[in-house]
Write a protein that binds this ligand. Sequence first.
Ligand SMILES: NC(=O)c1ccc[n+]([C@@H]2O[C@H](COP(=O)([O-])OP(=O)(O)OC[C@H]3O[C@@H](n4cnc5c(N)ncnc54)[C@H](OP(=O)(O)O)[C@@H]3O)[C@@H](O)[C@H]2O)c1
Length: 272
Amino acid sequence: MRPPLLSWLGMDCHGLRDFFKDRFPGIRGLRDILKLVVVTGISRGLGLAFYQRLTNCSNCWVVGIGRSFTQEQLDHARDPERRFQLVRWDLAKPMQQEKVNVLLSIIGEISQQENFSEIIYINNAAIVDPIAQVGCLEERAVFKAVSVNFMTPIFIANRLVRFVEDYNKKLKIINMSTGAAKRPIVGWSTYCSCKAGAAMFFDVMAKQFAGNAQFKICQVDPGVLDTDMQMKIRGADVNSCPEKGHFVSLKRDGRLLSPDDVAAQIVADHIL
Ligand SMILES: NC(=O)c1ccc[n+]([C@@H]2O[C@H](COP(=O)([O-])OP(=O)(O)OC[C@H]3O[C@@H](n4cnc5c(N)ncnc54)[C@H](OP(=O)(O)O)[C@@H]3O)[C@@H](O)[C@H]2O)c1
């Protein structure tokens, strides 16, 4: 419930802050609380839900990374009032150096306009393919999975660390983990191993920066979500994915989590 004064003024907390910010731009603490959120894979699923939630937060600038975007995202990226930029980037492709440079130059440009205090990187994009038992893995698909789920997040994190050290910002990393990083599931060997590898990478990073207030690393398992990733699993051949029946029953029994609800919780817990 809004406090009575805010109800009387007809605005929420963000509205009140913007009201003061517009009139007294020199006041410290108003512009400084801006957070720059970099999130991968925003075209659908949990990433789309992050995009929707974060672009409605008045204290966030959002940079979305992906190989495809919704029409709304493309339109909003052209509107300077929206505090939203996108980087078109197929995370499965090798040689990511140039794309990381594009990302950092966008962050550098934003930092000229806004005095944000913290960069938050949400490592969200992932692929469950190839769903196949070992011996039947298609090698190009393995390469893509390793690139999206494991290698590219390392490149991005590595360069962001250097960037925040140079520019004296804070860095928070939110790695979207999964139960499959700890539990072997036949048919998901690349997904399980890449997600486990990424989780270990971020654990090592957390240890490296333990006690350093400039860095914070969070591993978040969102639970089983009602997204295309689950649809793909339910559509897999049972020989390739012997546990498919379990995931079919989760959907049938209405036990999949809504990506909107999960994104709202993660944003409330880790970003606002
Ligand atoms: N779904 C679950 O039950 C579940 C459970 C535990 C953890 N998670 C984790 O939660 C996160 C989100 O999963 P989700 O269910 O939302 O997945 P999803 O519905 O399959 O969406 C994946 C997102 O990643 C993007 N992506 C895939 N390949 C890409 C590439 N080569 N380059 C750029 N972007 C690419 C997709 O973009 P395109 O539209 O371009 O393909 C899409 O936006 C993942 O990290 C996943 O491991 C999911």
